[in-house]
Design a protein around this ligand. Structure first.
Ligand code: NDP
Length: 386
């Protein structure tokens, strides 16, 4: 029986992971499930999957969690230290699916313990890629990509020598506003930005798809995880979201990964790696689909892509600054303090102001990332208050 834990079990990725685990219950022993505000879901899943422990990130919700678990054998715990303790419990495979930089420390704890980390939390690689990879190497732990584009690149490289790959293309649907007149973007509502043309995901990543901040994170993630240089990484708008990524080789061949827009494919690939198993995803009928379109992204519509280049060139803590600015600007957009276009402007200003301040030669550690994150959020809040 494989021992598994899911960090961020109540979210979109977490629930899709449980869906796969639930189809082969006898194969898995669930160690830990974690969540934050959705106590009812966390408790229901922890009981249904007979988890050893359920953890909420919110200490003030511990009693609610205890009440919801009453009568079961599931242990309850709360707070950041409890999340890290749960992630450190021996497990063969741990899904890292907490949203945001909050996923970094628990993911690091899992790697410290030598567990295989299925990494959906892209913020970990963006803010602390070298630290994460060095920890995995030192502890003999493996990181398996779960983001669909990175799973696609990973799969396209099976049996290949990565040294012979000189190009990688990741695709983007273009998000909710792909076809909107540019002048209308400033008036886009949170509700409109929260509707994705192809994928069903959490609200934050859906809005980040409309702005392409999500794609910007993925570009940085591609550099960090696979070691491609910034000029080898391209983004193409592909409205059908069926080709997730392509890897180009020195002989001119492009290996594409094609699959339905269903995260259970990438999660299932990481769960069963290195073998393939049946997965409950749609089988594509390409004759019916007929057309696959690709176009270059409009840099005026998606300024986040230019910011990704800036971050990759600067290195160090600029990923932490970028991610914090993006997360806080999104909070401000959702709260109605800034419009959709203003969100990108805030992040760009934060990169220009905070980036150089953070480029003080500090190593990327959990502490320096947390400090850069905190100062950047403060900077954005001051901008909004001014
Ligand atoms: P969701 O918002 O759906 O879920 C987030 C999870 O994190 C929930 O379990 C939530 O708990 C928990 N959480 C929220 N805040 C905290 C916190 N401060 N500390 C600890 N846990 C917290 O996100 P997604 O599932 O969409 O995304 C998860 C990660 O995977 C993100 O990094 C995202 O970029 C990445 N990803 C997602 C994809 C998708 O298709 N959804 C695709 C590829 C990558 P609760 O719900 O109980 O509040």
């Amino acid at each position: 029986m494989r021992r598994i834990s899911i960090l961020g079990a109540t979210g979109s990725i977490g629930q899709n992971t449980l869906d796969l685990i639930g189809r082969a219950r006898a194969d898995y022993h669930v160690v830990a499930l974690t969540g934050a505000g959705n106590i009812a879901q966390l408790a229901a899943d922890a009981i249904a999957f007979n988890a050893e422990i359920a953890v909420t990130a919110h200490p003030e919700r511990l009693n609610d969690l205890r009440d919801a678990l009453a009568g079961s054998s599931v242990e309850a715990a709360a707070g950041e230290a409890a999340l890290i303790e749960a992630a450190s419990r021996p497990a063969d495979w741990i899904m890292s699916a907490i949203v945001g930089v909050a996923g970094l420390a628990p993911g690091m704890a899992a790697l410290q313990n030598g567990s295989t980390l299925a990494l959906a939390n892209k913020e970990s690689l963006v803010t602390a890629g070298p630290l994460l990879l060095a920890t995995a190497k030192a502890r003999g732990a493996r990181i398996l990509p779960v983001d669909s584009e990175h799973s696609a690149v990973f799969q396209a490289l099976v049996g290949e020598d990565i040294a012979e790959a000189n190009r990688v293309i990741i695709t983007a649907s273009g998000g909710a506003f792909r076809d909107w007149p540019l002048a209308d973007l400033a008036h886009a509502t949170v509700e409109q930005a929260s509707s994705h043309p192809n994928w069903t995901m959490g609200q934050r990543i859906t809005i980040d798809s409309a702005s392409m901040f999500n794609k910007a994170l993925e570009v940085i993630e591609t550099k960090e995880f696979f070691g491609f240089s910034p000029d080898q990484i391209e983004v193409l708008v592909h409205p059908q979201s069926l080709v997730h990524a392509l890897v180009g080789f020195r002989d001119g061949a492009l290996m594409a990964h094609v699959g339905p827009p269903d995260m259970r494919h990438a999660i299932g690939y990481a769960l069963h790696w290195p073998i393939r198993r049946d997965l409950p995803v749609e089988r594509l009928d390409l004759a019916q689909i007929g057309t696959l379109e690709f176009s270059a992204p409009d840099v005026a519509r998606y300024p986040a892509l230019g910011m990704a280049r800036q971050v990759m060139d600067a290195g160090g803590l600029s990923g932490a600054v970028f991610n914090a600015a993006k997360e806080r600007a999104l909070d401000h957009f959702i709260a109605g303090h800034v419009d959709f276009v203003g969100m990108s402007q805030q992040v760009s200003r934060a990169l220009d102001v905070m980036g150089p301040q953070m480029a003080d030669g500090s190593d990327v550690t959990l502490e320096t990332v947390a400090r850069a994150d905190h100062l950047t959020r403060q900077h954005l809040d001051q901008q909004v208050a001014a």
